[in-house]
Design a protein around this ligand. Structure first.
Ligand code: F6P
Length: 358
């Protein structure tokens, strides 16, 4: 009998259930009654606390299109994994004990960057793991694409489409704040797909004068409105020169609830134009996965099941070009896949006249 544990960790995204289903169904096809799957509740927290349940086959049916995760999730920061807190719990030891107590053969771990780091830690500690890359940010190092990303792009693009009609009617400047703290793939793709005039990314610090210049040029050209797709992690050129500590302190002192509101104030003062801000927030992570993500999640799920069958542990499944491959977790851990400032997508947007505010 094979006993496989499965968990989802970090922020949720569309396609998690489709991927869980992919792993489980492929394992049942391979091993039939000779495999038991154990769902670990709320990510690594469940592994630490021993919150594990035996899943039935039917648990994995009817979930392909379901958003969120049937296993629940939580954020357990990697940097605190080896730190023993006030509860006096040695988290790494506790996770290893749960694995042993449940007599598991392997863990299938679904998550983003932080999750992959802890998956690598567990692998280094001798636990057989395979992992799957998820996140709406598409910032996991290794795969060309993570599941969740395209679904979020669809939602953010729909927001921009809807904003377009109202912006046109009123002749206003609209700022749409799109998720992406450190990495701007989502605002970049949604910005291009939604016809934004200005796209601000964490990777390309902006100058407010340059943003305003673009808006004024549009006014002169007789355009009634302008739309800015702004990453929640967008930052000014001055801020980009600050140390991490200085930046944190400056943002703590910022009077505005987010960067978009600060930009709205600054642009309003400099141009006298009417500015509105829209923040779709976690809406972008919710709901049913788009068709692309359903397929990618399924491919990742079945590929992970194959890694488990082959006992090819310590690896993350990844899409490279059109192929699904296995990448060693040791290569993935601790890296981030940001937007290269001169990548083809950015150059194409610039060719179209989209401003990045630099
Ligand atoms: O990592 C995905 C993500 O949605 C980011 O884009 C966003 O900055 C962050 O999670 C939000 O985190 P939380 O769910 O903790 O509010």
């Amino acid at each position: 009998m094979k006993r496989i544990g499965i968990l989802t960790s970090g922020g949720d995204c569309q396609g998690l259930n489709a991927a869980i289903r992919g792993v489980a169904k492929a394992l049942y096809v391979k091993w039939g009654d000779k495999v038991e799957i154990y769902g670990i509740q709320d990510g690594y927290r469940g592994l630490i606390e021993g919150n594990v349940r035996h899943m039935k086959r039917e648990d994995f049916s009817g979930i392909l299109t379901l958003g969120g995760t049937i296993l629940g999730t939580s954020r357990q920061p990697f940097k605190k994994m080896r730190v023993i807190g006030e509860d006096n719990v040695d988290k790494v030891k506790a996770m290893k004990e749960t694995f042993k107590k449940m007599k598991l053969d392997c863990l299938a771990i679904l998550g983003g960057n932080g999750t992959q780091k802890t998956a690598n830690l567990l692998s280094e500690e001798g636990i057989p793991v395979v992992s799957l890359p998820k996140t709406i940010d598409n910032d996991v190092w290794g795969p060309d694409m993570t599941f969740g990303f395209h679904s979020a792009v669809e939602i953010a693009t729909t927001v921009l489409d809807c904003i377009h009609t109202t912006a046109t009617s009123h002749g206003r400047v609209f700022i749409v704040e799109i998720m992406g703290h450190k990495v701007g793939w989502l605002p970049l793709y949604a910005g291009v797909a939604g016809g934004a005039d200005v796209i601000l990314l964490p990777e390309i610090p902006y100058k407010i004068e340059s943003v305003v210049k673009t808006l004024e040029q549009r006014n002169k050209a007789g355009k009634r409105f302008s739309i800015l797709a702004v990453a929640e992690g967008a930052l000014s050129l001055e801020e980009s020169k600050m140390s991490k500590k200085e930046f944190k302190a400056a943002r703590m002192e910022m009077e505005h609830p987010s960067i978009s509101y600060r930009l709205a104030d600054e642009i309003g003062q400099m141009t006298g134009q009417e500015i509105r801000v829209t923040v779709p927030g976690h809406f972008q992570r919710g709901g049913s996965p788009c068709a692309y993500d359903r397929v990618l999640s399924t491919r990742f799920g079945t590929a992970a099941a194959q890694l488990i069958a082959d006992e090819h542990y310590g690896h993350m499944v990844a899409l490279k070009g059109t192929e699904i491959v296995a990448v060693p977790l040791s290569e993935v851990a601790g890296k981030l896949k940001g937007v290269p400032v001169d990548c083809e997508e950015v150059r194409s947007a610039r060719d179209l006249g989209i401003s990045f505010g630099d």
